[in-house]
Design a protein around this ligand. Structure first.
Ligand code: F6P
Length: 341
């Protein structure tokens, strides 16, 4: 078989480790691999590059994606789907491994349902918001980066008696905020899934000060709903607004300072969270996903996605995986809440 590989959506530590594992397993089984440039855009435009043993060597520690990425949605491009099917056929491809989040894999699921397109998915996102898998690769690295930042901010908070607000990514779920907040010992964590108001957050901070702690760390997810803050601006081809533009961290910091009188500063971690080398855990997860995806292709099991259930790598339907977002359940938030105030 000749198998195409693409990476779509935001870049994410571990993408290259998947490309390496998919390729190595496919080579070992006698198949050829072709890289598709910049996600679905590469199939719309017909941009390919050969991937051989040399191209996939040395990739384990490398962040980003050697194939480039984009948020192109062929269903939103005039003639996009026909172009995908035509370029796929013209390049004599037999199968596709799509590595991406809900958007990239959602396109794969739809192409499979509507055209029996031979696609297999690998779940990628630092947000960890894909259902049907316990964890996506990239998440552990993002959480590690945020935890280190929270540790560093602690020392400044403590020295200056300040409240430090840390804004993290995660889109409409609070996985990064909750996990890094628990790991970093945050005093308040605000996420989209939980209706903790600013008044309640300020109460926790005051309570902390009353018991002699004169600094606090507040972790807020970019998608946290704050009264008076509306989504605005441009949307991408999948209909997503840029949540970072809401400036939730800065608004929250100013309200905390107003309501408590404590000096407050904000740090927005931004794309630092997606940068650099994957953690060992993400390298291993990405590798296991890559092997599974190659095996699914080899077996002709299309319309499936590699997934983690407990400690086992399994496969699930792409349709199921992209049907809904995986939100932070209450019991995870309760672990975080036990340390508020
Ligand atoms: O989905 C990953 C993610 O980093 C989100 O957490 C964030 O909201 C978004 O992508 C940022 O996208 P961009 O890189 O287009 O600014």
């Amino acid at each position: 078989m000749k198998v195409g590989v693409l990476t779509g959506g935001g870049d994410c530590p571990g993408l290259n480790a998947v490309i390496r594992a998919v390729s190595r397993r496919l080579f070992a089984r006698g198949h050829g691999v072709v890289g598709i440039r910049e996600g679905w855009r590469g199939l719309v435009d017909g941009r390919f590059e050969p991937l051989g043993p040399r191209e996939v060597s040395g990739l384990l520690p490398r962040g980003g994606t050697i194939l480039g990425t984009s948020r192109t949605n062929p269903y939103r491009v005039e003639g996009g789907v026909d172009a995908v099917l035509e370029h796929f056929r013209a390049e004599s491809l037999d199968a596709l491994v799509a590595i991406g989040g809900e958007d990239t894999l959602g396109v794969g699921a739809r192409l499979y349902a509507e055209h029996e397109f031979p696609v297999v998915g690998v779940p990628k996102t630092i947000d960890n918001d894909l259902s049907a898998t316990d964890y996506t690769f990239g998440f552990d690295t993002a959480v590690s980066i945020c935890t280190e930042a929270i540790d560093r901010l602690h020392t400044t908070a403590e020295s200056h008696n300040r409240v430090m607000v840390v804004e993290v990514m995660g889109r409409h779920t609070g996985w990064i905020a909750v996990m890094s907040g628990i790991a970093g010992g945050a005093d308040v964590i605000l996420i989209p899934e939980q209706p903790v108001s600013i008044e309640d957050a300020c109460k926790e901070i005051r309570h902390r000060h009353d018991r002699g702690k004169d600094f606090s760390i507040v972790v807020v997810s970019e998608g946290y709903e704050l009264e008076g803050v509306a989504d605005g601006g441009d949307v991408d081809e999948f209909g997503h607004v840029r949540l970072s533009e809401r400036g939730i961290g800065a608004r929250l910091a100013s309200q905390i300072e107003q309501q408590t009188g404590f000096e407050t500063r904000v740090t927005v971690l931004g794309h630092v969270q997606r940068g650099g080398s994957p953690t060992p855990r993400d390298r291993v997860l990405a590798t296991r996903y890559g092997l599974k995806a190659a095996d699914l292709v080899h077996d002709g099991s299309f319309g499936r996605m590699a997934a983690l259930h407990g400690d086992r790598i399994v496969d699930v339907s792409l349709e199921e995986a992209t049907a809904e977002l995986k939100r932070v359940p209450d019991d995870w938030f309760e672990v975080a809440r036990a340390f508020f105030g």
